[in-house]
Design a binder for this molecule. Structure first.
Ligand SMILES: Cc1cc2nc3c(=O)[nH]c(=O)nc-3n(C[C@H](O)[C@H](O)[C@H](O)COP(=O)(O)OP(=O)(O)OC[C@H]3O[C@@H](n4cnc5c(N)ncnc54)[C@H](O)[C@@H]3O)c2cc1C
Length: 307
């Protein structure tokens, strides 16, 4: 038999945990379902220095504080992979790999996963030199040379994380300047272990049993070359975790969920929050703002529609 909740939250990152804090404080019976780690992507971040009120805090520490605060008001936590959502009249049935739950409102806070470049060798060497999380894998590359592909905030976060372990980090970017915010750009340019290769794309990952190099293409000159590296970290963007939502809510650009300013989707009682929603600024601070907004919209929906 399915268990019933006022609100079911999918994903326990900053957006989901904040939503849970607000729904439980409003007296709503709340379940959060998480498939990997309570704390979400924060668990793989080291130093966070743009979260208001904490000039410097480690990602896992911030996550554990958010988790403690959310559960202190009674949010229930369940591990499970949400595989299907069914909308039946005013009820939303959430099926996981283990169980089935029914909610009046659901808040989708499933975040994103790293995009793939789609080049030869990328899949073959996944976990054997192709890196998608520098904080997780950095210690495996002590005194080695690692390339980071990308020029965004995420790419620079990864590069700055890798310099703690590696002998050299090569940032390879298809543009001729970084898109990352000023403070990160300055940190990266001032870091002696980081070198930049501009106007260049990575066209293949090379190696025998593990990565030994990458193939490059200079997009201005058309020149191709090979570079010896021990690892390559892909930081070329993110894809929203919205596969399970096809046919349930309309998906927008690159699979993100379109919402209004109250984080409402086109389906009454289905809200979205954090990096999974369209036009997300992709920061912890914006994710928590979305979580609070979505929780209040869920409360309004339940009070005006269902009570
Ligand atoms: C390298 C790097 C460094 C960063 N550093 C900073 C920083 O210093 N400051 C900053 O503001 N931002 C930083 N960010 C961005 C920040 O991590 C994200 O903006 C934030 O974590 C987004 O929160 P979220 O709750 O939307 O999603 P997430 O934190 O991604 O959480 C989503 C959760 O949903 C779960 N989930 C997904 N699908 C399902 C499913 N089907 N069933 C159950 N659970 C599911 C996932 O397992 C995950 O735990 C960084 C990003 C990167 C890549």
């Amino acid at each position: 038999m399915s268990e019933n909740y006022d609100v079911i939250i999918i994903g326990a990152g900053p957006a989901g945990l904040t939503a849970a804090l607000y729904t439980t404080r409003a007296g709503l019976n709340t379940l959060i379902i998480e498939k990997e780690m309570f704390g979400g992507a924060l668990m793989n971040r080291d130093l966070i220095d743009n979260y208001p009120g904490h000039p410097e805090i480690l990602g896992p520490d911030l996550a554990s504080q958010m988790l403690e605060q959310a559960t202190s008001y009674g949010a229930e936590m369940q591990m499970g992979i949400v595989e299907q959502i069914i909308v039946k009249d005013n009820q939303k049935i959430v099926k996981t790999d283990q169980d089935e739950y029914v909610g009046n409102a659901i808040i989708i806070a499933g975040g994103t996963h790293a995009k793939k470049l789609g080049i030869p060798g990328e899949e073959e060497f996944a976990g054997k030199g192709v890196i998608h999380c520098a904080t997780c894998d950095g210690p495996l590359y002590r005194e080695q040379v690692v390339a980071v592909v990308g020029g965004s905030n995420d790419a620079i976060y990864e590069a700055l994380s890798l310099v703690k372990y590696t002998s050299k980090v090569l940032v390879i970017h298809r543009g001729d300047n970084l898109r990352a915010e000023k403070v990160l750009r300055e940190r990266a340019f001032g870091e002696p272990k980081i070198e930049f290769i501009w106007d260049t794309t990575v066209t293949a990952v090379l190696g025998e049993s593990t990565v030994s190099g990458i193939q490059l293409n200079n997009i201005k000159t058309g020149e191709t070359s090979t570079l010896n590296v021990d690892g390559v970290c892909m930081a070329v963007g993110n894809t929203p975790n919205t596969d399970i939502l096809a046919g349930i809510v309309k998906l927008g650009s690159e699979g993100a969920i379109p919402v209004n300013v109250s984080m409402e989707t086109e389906v009454p009682g289905i809200l979205a929050a954090g990096n999974i929603r369209e036009d997300s600024p992709m920061r912890v601070a914006s994710a928590i703002g979305d979580g609070a907004t979505a929780a209040m919209a869920a409360e309004r929906y339940i009070n005006t529609t269902l009570r």
